[in-house]
Design a protein. Structure first.
Length: 237
């Protein structure tokens, strides 16, 4: 086998791709425990490890996966399961409509890949970045954001399905969902009102983790909005 020619070196990854990797890193730290929750729920419902991982690869959406798993475990008809997942994921239509202008003129394959990889944190970070900088290469930045998430998500689901029943009861898996959303606010903190909204909303969401129906997230969001408005009103004009 011939070696690499003298003087030839591997081309570095594009700068925008590397920036996307850096921006998504905090989210990856929270995606893993969320995947453990989904994988454990899938195993409790009777999914094998390959089935749980394949389900995450196919659906790639935590909230609809949890809802579908619960419905399947309760014996709901397949049509009800599919309809529920579609309703929960209806927001992806709005995400796609928002992202579409940024990828106009790109190949069909790329646009299909962008659509498949879109999830809440990827959309949130990408939309903020695209709005703030017209010079960023949207293709490479988006791929830097999105491509690491799917293997982490599928892998964590597989680990959860394999070992979910052995996770100690004291391990705070309930914090997985709010922690995912906490990671989303990091790129949005650009001024004092933003910092106040992010900090107060995050604190309230974490404290309210045990509230029924995930109301902690809603209460945290409201607290963040109120804090941001108050600080913005006090800021010098």
């Amino acid at each position: 086998m011939r070696g690499r020619a003298d003087g030839e070196t591997m081309r570095p990854l594009p700068a925008d791709f590397r920036e996307g990797l850096r921006d998504i890193a905090p989210v990856l730290l929270t995606v893993f425990p969320y995947g453990l929750v989904v994988g454990g729920a899938a195993a409790a419902t009777g999914f094998s490890v390959p089935e749980a991982a394949g389900f995450s690869l196919l659906v790639n959406a935590g909230a609809s996966e949890l809802a579908s798993i619960n419905l399947l475990g309760s014996g709901a008809p397949l049509a009800v399961v599919v309809f529920t997942a579609l309703v929960i994921n209806a927001r992806m239509v709005m995400y796609s409509a928002s992202l579409a202008p940024h990828f106009r003129g790109r190949s069909t394959a790329l646009r299909a890949l962008v659509a498949f990889l879109v999830i809440d944190p990827v959309y949130a970070i990408a939309s903020l970045r695209f709005a703030g900088d017209a010079d960023v290469d949207r293709r490479w930045y988006y791929l830097g954001l999105a491509t690491p998430v799917l293997p982490v998500w599928v892998g964590s689901t597989a680990v959860g399905a394999a070992f979910g029943s052995t996770v100690p009861a004291w391990f705070p898996l309930d914090f997985a969902v709010p922690m995912v959303f906490l990671a989303l606010v990091v790129p949005a903190v650009r001024d004092r009102p933003g910092a106040a909204a992010a900090g107060s909303g995050a604190a309230v969401a974490v404290v309210g983790t045990g509230l029924p129906f995930n109301l902690g997230l809603l209460v945290g969001a409201i607290a963040g909005v109120v804090a941001g408005v108050v600080v913005d009103g006090r800021a010098p004009s």
